[in-house]
Design a protein around this ligand. Structure first.
Ligand code: SF4
Length: 415
């Protein structure tokens, strides 16, 4: 290991970090950073990833592992102890130096740091915290820091991480406890949720303290997030939606990230041979938006699933729900409540806000609505305007076929 240069370590540990989705935007293409697209400008080249700051800005982060050595043996992980991959390990100072060098060149605006577990959970967590401490205390680093925390580590060390980081995350890994027991035998669902609960308490305490004392220490102001692997076990989308909803409710998470399981080199025999279609991950992100921004209850999103418990792949979950509950449509865009408008396939949150603002001054025609959506074809069966009424269109047996996208292209989430 001593013979590895920092650049060689970076190549190994940036590539090893690419399987963690919890700093990447859902639409980012997952190109291998070991291919021909190394370097600045590639989505993942040499560890640069894109994430969204709490204010919505897209920021570039150096996304690396402290080490890919690990004493755990999670079947789905390329870094598990039984995996035959090349190993590397940074010292905290090397991570600090890399972060500062990239930051000063304007390549990145922050750091996303995760790690395999070496020696013990506490030892590894201390090393992660040390990176953040040196950056903040010795270099007055003001950039964004996202630290992946280890649920098995002592709560006090995880707390230290929150004092330096903007965001902390703890991966729940799999949607069901049974899946976790089978695929990550060293992990414990109760321990993971216990650690998330402690971070939630720390976040609440820090918020209260801030109200009382202006100079109260900050604690992970960008909150906590988690990641679930999709398609490595038999969990259905209904299971995943239910789990995500409980996590949002119980731990006030900022985000749940969904990561389609991707077959890894030297894969364990208990894993599926094929990755699930990437569109499944996309549909789960859409269902997540329905719960967070469109007022759907988890049970309603589950109603959009098909007989096998999975969301349809050919249409988005909002359209799937509307097609199942056609008796609730069409709705009159000039009279409907905001909640009703948010249920119309093809109308996004911004379009609904514009409709509500416009109709204070005038009544809306179909053309007015068409200007607010990417596809008026998708909207028409579900609305009434002064000059449009869908008549029998809403109830047509072939409506799903008419509205399903004709190609496999991922549509931007417009509704
Ligand atoms: S703890 Fe599990 S998921 Fe994390 S690096 Fe080790 S083997 Fe991989």
């Amino acid at each position: 290991m001593a013979s590895q240069t920092v650049l060689q370590k970076l190549e190994i540990l940036a590539d090893a970090a690419k399987y963690d989705a919890s700093c990447a935007s859902s639409g980012t293409s997952k190109k291998s950073s070991l291919g021909s697209e190394k370097g600045i400008g590639s989505t993942e080249g040499m560890g640069i990833c894109h994430a969204y700051a709490p204010d919505g800005r897209c920021i570039s982060l150096l996304k690396i592992l402290l080490t890919n050595h690990c004493i755990f043996d999670c079947h789905y992980c390329v870094n598990r102890k039984s995996s035959n991959v090349q190993r590397a390990r940074f010292t905290p100072q090397e991570v600090v130096d890399l972060t500062l060098a990239f930051y000063r060149r304007n390549y990145i605006e922050g750091l996303f740091l995760s790690s395999g577990i070496v020696k013990s959970s506490n030892h590894t967590m201390e090393q992660i915290v040390e990176v953040a401490r040196i950056l903040r205390e010795e270099h007055d680093f003001r950039g964004y820091i996202h630290l992946k925390t280890i649920p098995e580590a002592d709560a006090e060390i995880v707390h230290q991480a929150g004092l330096y980081a903007d965001r902390v995350s703890i991966n729940v890994e799999l949607p069901t406890d049974a899946g976790l027991t089978r695929l990550a035998p060293d992990k414990d669902a109760r321990q993971i949720e216990g650690a998330m609960g402690k971070v939630k308490d720390d976040l609440s305490e820090a918020k209260d303290a801030k109200k009382r004392f202006r100079h109260a220490p900050r604690f992970a102001p960008a909150g906590q997030s988690t990641q679930m692997i999709v398609g490595a076990d038999a969990a259905t989308d209904a299971d995943i939606v239910g789990k995500a909803s409980r996590l949002y409710d119980n731990f006030r998470l900022r985000r749940v990230y969904y990561s389609a399981f991707s077959p890894i080199p030297d894969a364990s025999a208990v894993l599926p041979l094929k990755r699930p279609p990437l569109i499944r991950e996309h549909r789960l992100y859409q269902s997540d938006w329905l719960m967070r921004f469109y007022g759907y209850k988890p049970g309603e999103v589950m109603q959009a699933t098909e007989a096998d418990g999975n969301l349809p792949l050919d249409i988005d979950p909002k359209l799937a729900w509307a097609l199942k509950f056609r008796e609730q449509f069409p709705i009159d865009v000039n009279r409907a409540t905001k909640e009703q408008l948010l249920r119309v396939p093809g109308l996004g949150v911004k379009a609904v806000q514009k409709i509500l603002a416009s109709r204070r001054h005038r009544t809306l025609r179909l053309d007015d609505v068409a200007k607010l959506t990417l596809s008026i074809t998708k909207v028409r069966p579900f609305i009434v305007t002064t000059d449009w009424r869908p008549v029998l269109l809403t109830d047509r047996a072939d409506l799903r076929t008419m509205l399903a996208p004709k190609t496999e292209q991922l549509e931007l989430f417009a509704a």
